[in-house]
Design a protein around this ligand. Structure first.
Ligand code: HEM
Ligand SMILES: [Ca+2]
Ligand SMILES: [Ca+2]
Length: 324
């Protein structure tokens, strides 16, 4: 029955009753990961930043209504896309690569691999192809029939977040301080627009003064990328030491006052002892960071998945099936 993504040992259709499983597509679509990886390999070879963009897509999906591919829906019918919401607009990218993976998977195994699982596979593959860790990836998420643009506005922490905001936002989704610090390490690849960090350069506290925790040379470099007026879409790497390499230099930069966003520098300056210790530990030991990142990605990927016969497996990641 092609309409139901039955997995290993679950001939009745839907996903496993006890949650996600790494073996979910072993019978129904054994080459799913291989197919996704071949598309990723080409896309990332063409544009290394694509790895970062795809990793971020999974995060922005999981924090809004759970990991259900809600972020991929376009406007149509009753659906108001999450793509217009503040954290996403003019910022999220990688949708065409997801479409390409989906098209190849529909050819190989029609209506079997969910778009939510494609986002999880793309996040893992992107990490791996950038030099980061591998992890065994639980699968079997199904796709939502709704989007949630209001939650997309309210549930993704802004770059101006305080450490308390970040801790509580993650805690609401069952993620602890080690998850917060290691997942922030996703910023070891990719870029941000000036609009995401400009306040730090010119008016951090409403008194027309810069953020004094910014290291001086870095501060001057950033000012040359982001003038006081205009240039809001100019970009700067989140980890300027190795923007395309998944490594632990990100944490070393934070220790030196060279974190790009307020939400990153507060991991150090927020004075939460456990968080500061974790930043230092990951800066010193890349293996420790990789291990925790892998575990935390699995935890993030487990946020509120649609299981069993809930939701559906979309044929096109941009639309719910009833609109096809
Ligand atoms: C802890 C709270 C977080 C905040 C406040 C935050 C904020 C941001 C901001 C403001 C940008 C730049 C957007 C732009 O200017 O267009 C960004 C980019 C990025 N974020 Fe996060 N983020 C957080 C957590 C995460 C997590 C958990 C991940 C993945 C594990 C992640 C992965 C990325 C990546 C890879 C990019 C670069 C994307 C690209 O170059 O296209 N972020 N983030
Ligand atoms: Ca979602
Ligand atoms: Ca890096």
């Amino acid at each position: 029955h092609p309409g139901l993504g039955f997995g290993f040992g679950f001939g009745w259709g839907g996903s496993p009753p006890n949650g996600l499983s790494p073996y979910f597509y072993d019978i129904s679509c054994p080459r799913a990961n291989e197919i996704a990886m071949s598309v990723l390999q080409n896309a990332i070879a063409q544009e290394p930043r694509m790895a970062a963009s795809l990793l971020r897509l999974h995060f922005h999906d999981c924090f809004v209504q759970g990991c259900d591919a809600s972020v991929l829906l376009d406007d149509s019918g009753k659906i108001v896309s999450e793509k217009h919401s503040a954290p996403n607009v003019n910022s999220l990218r990688g949708f065409e690569v997801v479409d390409e993976i989906k098209a190849k998977l529909e050819e190989a195994c029609p209506q079997t691999v969910s778009c939510a699982d494609i986002l999880a596979l793309a996040a893992r593959g992107s990490t791996l192809l950038s030099g980061g860790p591998y992890w065994e990836l639980p699968l079997g998420r199904r796709d939502s029939k709704t989007s949630n643009p209001v939650a997309a506005n309210n549930s993704i922490p802004p770059p101006t977040s305080t450490i308390q905001n970040l801790i509580s936002s993650f805690k609401q989704r069952g993620l602890d301080q080690a998850d917060l610090v290691s997942l922030s390490g996703g910023h070891t690849i990719g870029v941000a627009r000036c609009t995401s960090f400009k306040k730090r350069l010119y008016n951090q506290n409403g008194n027309n003064q810069p953020d004094l925790t910014l290291e001086r040379t870095y501060y001057n470099d950033l000012k040359s990328v982001c003038p006081r007026t205009g240039g809001d879409s100019n970009i700067s790497p989140l980890d300027y030491a190795s923007p395309q390499r998944f490594d632990n230099t990100y944490f070393k930069l934070i220790l030196g006052g060279r974190g790009l966003l307020t939400s990153e520098e507060v991991l150090l300056t927020g004075n939460i002892a456990n968080v500061v210790e974790l930043v230092k530990a990951y800066a010193e030991d890349e293996g420790l960071f990789f291990n925790q990142f892998a575990q935390s990605m699995v935890k993030m990927g487990n946020i509120n998945p649609l299981l069993g016969l809930n939701g559906e497996v979309r044929k096109n990641c941009r639309r719910i099936n009833s609109q096809n």
